[in-house]
Design a protein around this ligand. Structure first.
Ligand code: ADP
Length: 251
């Protein structure tokens, strides 16, 4: 909220307090502005890579494409997958930018939502995703599409960064629901556990890129969970696996 202030008839103490508040505000605006600048420069960098790959393949085709059907196939595959990557990046950037404007007042049956999200993956992967819950439907107030996106990101990562099964538990505790997604993969070293929630942060850029990763998934998940009044965190044993835990307030 923007509020105008009146400076006449103020005591010295009040003026001193105001000066302090004002300077704190400047500091926080400056931090925000700098973070925004970093974000824009990271986003441009991430978009530049697929663009330059697409450009170099088109130049290659121009020079050597004539009577070279193999080069055509290779180039079109690469151009197609880089275009997919750009599309995904743009969609994810929009998801991050739009989050603040979204309504969070739908009545969402999140047990059913989780079951349906799991189904999408079991159709595509030959891996077991176990769901443990108490069999009763759990409802929360929120945005169904966004919550589906969070479940999708966590399950997708659990499958991408491990070769084993995934175990999901959903349990109500007091006024919250505790959702955890556990994998038995490579795990995440302690010093990386905060950073993986930052935008564009990837522990292993090459591996993440090969699996279609952009480094935005967990930043989106965090932003969505926070706007639902919840928290997201990770616990992990390197070499043994990771557990992502989401806590959301119950209706
Ligand atoms: P990405 O698109 O790269 O998967 P995310 O924001 O979803 O981006 O994840 C950021 C990074 O966190 C990943 O690149 C990966 O290094 C690490 N990470 C995420 N989930 C897991 C997991 N389940 N196990 C191990 N590492 C993970």
């Amino acid at each position: 909220k923007w509020k105008k202030i009146e400076l006449t008839n103020r005591s010295n103490d009040e003026l001193y307090e105001m000066e302090k508040t004002f300077n704190d505000m400047i500091d926080s605006l400056k931090d925000n502005y700098e973070m925004q600048e970093i974000f824009v420069s990271d986003a441009s960098h991430e978009l530049k890579t697929p663009i330059s790959i697409i450009k170099s393949y088109t130049q290659l085709l121009e020079r050597r494409g004539k009577d070279n059907p193999e080069l055509w196939k290779e180039s079109l595959d690469a151009i197609g997958s880089e275009a997919d990557r750009m599309q995904k990046l743009v969609e994810q950037l929009l998801a991050l930018a739009k989050n603040k404007e979204i309504e969070h007042s739908e009545n969402v049956n999140i047990t059913e939502l989780m079951e349906k999200t799991i189904e999408v993956f079991t159709g595509a992967y030959d891996r077991n995703i176990e769901l443990h819950d108490n069999g009763k439907p759990i409802h929360i107030l929120g945005n169904q599409d966004q919550l589906r996106q969070v479940f999708y990101i966590l399950i997708d990562n659990a499958l991408k960064y491990s070769d084993h099964n995934v175990v999901i538990t959903m349990a109500p505790h007091d006024n919250q629901i505790d959702i955890s997604v556990r994998d038995f993969g490579q795990g995440i070293p302690k010093e990386e556990r905060e950073r993986i929630f930052e935008r564009f942060y990837r522990m292993d850029k090459a591996r993440s890129r090969n699996t279609g990763g952009t480094g935005l998934g967990l930043a989106i998940a965090k932003s969505i969970i926070h706007s639902h009044g919840g928290t997201i965190s990770v616990d992990s044993r390197p070499g043994e696996g990771s557990t992502f835990q989401v806590m959301l307030p119950l209706t």
